[in-house]
Design a protein around this ligand. Structure first.
Ligand code: AMP
Ligand code: TRP
Length: 333
């Protein structure tokens, strides 16, 4: 059976990019794969998180997984810190990964910014923990947005080096699953910047809990240019905001970008924005409402995470044992 692992950080402000680029795809892969979906709280704390918010955000991501339609009885939903084997395998991988590999990671450079010296050591080895997440279950496929591609290449490098160093084919070589129209949703305020949880402007993103009025207002205020919509994808050249809004429409409607252009190309933005608002409210509204309903029942959400963690732990233990044996750790118990 092909096995999927993917993770989402509980860092708040879950947005349309997370949904269209990742979480909606998670739900769509359930019939073809055995799926393990993780709320990666240990990744979240590589930058400061208020403890009370971390707890609430962990439930929020879990609620989004459930509201998106992931079935926690057929698949596994859990939070990372409840399965200690993630940290245990990450340590071994820290000793396999090379500094030179980590120095190339663009996400670290972006997140650490100018204050590199002040970034946590955890932020630096973040991709190693991610490799451990995936390999702890010998997952073969990982659905993610475009921005995680480089981290998955590192995962492949770590797995390959481990297999070589210890002369055993312990780990599979993982395949990224980056698909759909919206693999990289851009900010509504600046079409050259990724839509992100940490953008200071609320108008840069549509969040999962936005109601119809907020969605309408954010789309109305979204940056555009003075020309009418392009008639073909060639017309996206130099018009990142137009490209982004049309891509979002295509993804929400499950249409090809070309088909959206055939329908809306040549129209004014005002007219298109009204159509996009209706579509976004229609598609996102029910998911947001289900999330709110779930979040009002933390007992249920926690029960899902507890059950998921127990099942994840049972899958992980024998694989970690196999790794320890390959490394030569003596087991005297
Ligand atoms: P994160 O919020 O960093 O934990 O990301 C969770 C998932 O959402 C990952 O698979 C990311 O690749 C994906 N993702 C985050 N931002 C975007 C975006 N702007 N467009 C598409 N996918 C995204
Ligand atoms: N780094 C991912 C992100 O920020 C989250 C993540 C952690 C992840 N572990 C993972 C994604 C394992 C896929 C597989 O989006």
């Amino acid at each position: 059976m092909k096995r999927i692992f993917s993770g989402v950080q509980p860092t708040g402000n879950l947005h349309l990019g997370n949904y269209l680029g990742a979480i909606r795809n998670f739900a769509r892969l359930q019939d073809e794969y055995e799926c393990i979906y993780c709320v990666v709280d240990m990744h979240a704390i590589t930058v400061w998180q208020e403890p009370a918010e971390l707890e609430a955000n962990t439930r929020e991501v879990t609620a989004t997984f459930l509201a998106a339609g992931i079935d926690p009885t057929r698949h596994i939903i859990f939070n990372q810190s409840q399965v200690p084997a993630h940290a245990e395998l990450a340590w071994i991988f820290n000793c396999v990964a090379r500094l030179g590999w980590l120095n190339r990671m663009t996400q670290f450079k972006e997140k650490a910014g100018k204050h590199r010296e002040n970034a946590s050591a955890g932020l630096y080895v973040y991709p190693v923990l991610m490799a451990a997440d995936i390999m702890l279950y010998k997952a073969t496929h990982v659905p993610v947005g475009e921005d995680q591609k480089q981290h998955l290449e590192l995962t492949r490098d770590v797995a390959q080096k481990f297999n070589n160093d210890f002369g055993r084919e312990v780990f599979p070589i993982v395949e990224p699953l980056i698909f759909g129209e919206a693999t990289r949703v851009m900010s509504l305020r600046d079409g050259t910047k990724k839509m992100s949880k940490s953008d200071p402007s609320d108008y840069s993103r549509i969040t999962m809990t936005d109601g119809p009025d907020e969605i309408a207002q954010k789309i109305r205020k979204a940056k555009t240019d003075p020309q009418p919509l392009p008639e073909s994808v060639e017309g996206f050249e130099g018009r990142p905001e137009a490209a982004n809004l049309i891509t979002i429409y295509a993804s929400l409607a499950d249409m090809e970008t070309e088909a959206v252009l055939a329908e809306h190309g040549g129209r004014q933005f005002s007219e298109f924005k009204a159509a996009l608002t209706d579509l976004a409210v229609e598609k996102m509204g029910p998911v947001g409402q289900e999330m709110q309903r779930l979040m009002s029942d933390p007992g249920h959400v926690d029960a899902v995470l507890k059950d998921g963690a127990e099942r994840a732990d049972a899958l992980a233990r024998p694989i970690l044992r196999e790794v320890y044996e390959a490394v030569g750790f003596l087991n005297a118990r």
